[in-house]
Ligand binder design. Structure first.
Ligand code: FAD
Length: 375
């Protein structure tokens, strides 16, 4: 029997693979999607589900906005929760407020979609924010909030139903030599393959991965029990430590060095483990809280209680939640290439590796896939 034939095969059903399957199928191509596990359990279901364009500029901001548009469309098509939540960067120190003022002055996209708020204006947007000691905040309207556990599991069914994508979950792709793709379910043929294998650098093209500069980041996360019915977090929240964590966005601003010196002298444990806080709420009312950043190729598989405690301690400095009771903790691992926004390789004609979106895969993948498929 001859091997089933496709125009495009996508390896990996994380957000990067799903985005490439969608972009290919929308172009009328016959697509099959292969995922090792059933369902996918990689970085894409372990994240906050925040689509976070604020702070990006130029073409990258446009890519994030394109992704945002596709997320909204996908949420309608696949029927999953997608809240146009916006976000607040909260400032409790004058140096943090100075950095936010400078960002708003320097970045046209922040001025167009954002606004600096007084504490009273923040109180109107979120019942969760501690107003005592608050200097102000940067509001941005562009952020979305999805529940990744729901969305990443709903999108494949939509791809199958609306676009005829053939799904092969529980199927490892073991080798590619076009036009043949070898899998644990037999051989398939395709003209083009997109390898979106996330933190697996060893199964396909290991030599290309080894030479690529890709590394990994481990992040610890927590989730509360559902908050009482009717209580809403409002916008996604972050605070001063996020300005430190996202030095690509804030590091060039004139007030940043003084702010950085204070954080490094007052909060060395937070600096050492890359701890800052993002806070969002799921459709079931739970509040998702994280995270830390440890870099390397292999990690201790055990999560550290002191990191989780530091995350909670910092949360208490800026948020009131009806319940802080933690229902779940976990970690996720994402691939990144330091100094690059993504990694695109062509290990052989017809094969494209798309990887290394770091902490922005949910924000950028749909837009990036549109660009990759248009080239
Ligand atoms: C804790 C955490 C929080 C984050 N928060 C956010 C956020 O709020 N917003 C944001 O924009 N980004 C966030 N990110 C980043 C984002 O999650 C990642 O950039 C993104 O999920 C990477 O997607 P991926 O498809 O490359 O990887 P994955 O989701 O890991 O998917 C790769 C898939 O490929 C499969 N696979 C690998 N090899 C094979 C093979 N040979 N055959 C078959 N299948 C294979 C794997 O099983 C896996 O399911 C966060 C990441 C983490 C870890």
């Amino acid at each position: 029997m001859s091997a089933p034939q496709f125009d495009v095969i996508v390896v990996g059903a994380g957000i990067v693979g799903l985005a490439h399957a969608l972009a290919a199928a929308r172009r009328g191509l016959k697509v099959a999607l292969f995922e090792r596990t059933n369902p996918a359990v990689g970085a894409s279901i372990r994240n906050f589900g925040q689509v976070w364009p604020v702070g990006k500029t130029g073409a990258l901001f446009q890519r994030a906005i394109k992704s945002r548009e596709i997320w909204l469309e996908a949420s309608r098509g696949a029927d999953f929760f997608c809240l146009e939540s916006g976000s607040l960067h909260l400032a409790y120190h004058d140096d943090e407020m100075a950095v936010l003022h400078e960002l708003a002055a320097a970045v046209p996209e922040v001025r167009e979609f954002g606004q600096l708020l007084t504490p009273a204006q923040v109180a109107e947007k979120s019942a969760a924010v501690k107003i005592d000691g608050l200097k102000g905040a940067l509001w941005s309207s562009t952020e979305l909030n999805v529940d990744p556990r729901q969305a990443i599991r709903a999108i494949p069914g939509w791809l199958e139903k609306a676009y005829g994508v053939e799904l092969h979950f529980g199927t490892l792709v073991t080798g590619i030599s076009l036009p043949t793709i070898e899998t644990t379910q037999g051989s398939f043929q395709a003209e083009q393959v997109f390898v979106c294998s996330g933190a697996d650098f060893e199964t396909l093209y290991p030599r290309h991965y080894a030479e690529s500069g890709l590394t990994r980041c481990k992040l610890q996360m927590l989730r509360t029990r559902p908050q009482p019915t009717g209580w809403a977090l409002g916008p996604n929240l972050c605070a001063g430590l996020s300005l430190y964590q996202y030095q690509n966005t804030f590091g060039h601003l004139p007030s940043f060095p003084a702010f950085k010196r204070r954080i490094e002298s007052e909060m060395p444990f937070y600096v050492e483990y890359g701890i800052h806080l993002l806070v969002s709420q799921t459709r079931l009312g739970e509040v998702t809280i994280g995270d830390s950043h440890e870099y390397g190729m292999t990690f201790d598989p055990f999560d550290r209680a002191d990191i989780n405690q530091a995350i909670l301690d910092y949360l208490h400095t800026f948020a009131h939640l009806p319940t802080f009771e933690i229902a779940e903790t976990w970690h996720g691992i994402y691939p990144l290439v330091k100094g690059k926004r993504e990694l695109i390789l062509h290990p052989e004609p017809g094969v494209t590796i798309v990887n290394g979106l770091g902490g922005s895969g949910m924000t950028l993948s749909f837009g990036l896939a549109e660009e990759v498929l248009s080239n």
